[in-house]
Design a protein around this ligand. Structure first.
Ligand code: 5GP
Ligand code: ZN
Length: 113
């Protein structure tokens, strides 16, 4: 998707503070962090939101979760705990329509549900 900022970040066409990348997934620091650790983890593949995933993406989504845990462990959050969040569509608070998960941690997070 040529007009998608997260596609551009994944392709290295737009600057970001990258913390992880492989052939399927990239992770970079959120530009407006709400916690000491606030990283966005995205598939390179342009998937607009969580409802657009198919059976074909099951391995990709599983891999993304493994990457999230790997990053959390490297940042010392695996024992303390962290939150992995997907905001889906309007009422879920989604602003950027390229599937992404927020990895949040480094402080006590309040329960939201
Ligand atoms: P959403 O509300 O869609 O779940 O979250 C989008 C997130 O992307 C927000 O937390 C916002 O701060 C972040 N964001 C928006 N534009 C950029 C950008 O250009 N670079 C980075 N690193 N983060 C961005
Ligand atoms: Zn995209």
């Amino acid at each position: 998707m040529s007009d998608c900022i997260f596609c551009k970040i994944a392709a290295g066409e737009m600057a970001s503070e990258m913390v992880y990348q492989d052939e399927r997934v990239v992770a970079f620091k959120d530009i407006r962090p709400v916690a000491p650790v606030h990283i966005l983890i995205i598939p390179r593949k342009h998937i607009p939101d969580l409802t657009a995933i198919t059976e074909e993406d099951a391995g990709l989504i599983g891999h993304l979760h493994l990457v999230a845990v790997k990053i959390a462990r490297e940042l010392g959050l695996a024992d303390r705990g962290f939150r992995l969040v997907n905001n889906c569509k309007q009422e879920g608070g989604q602003v950027i329509y390229h599937l992404h998960y927020h990895l949040l941690g480094g402080r006590q997070l309040k329960n939201i549900c």
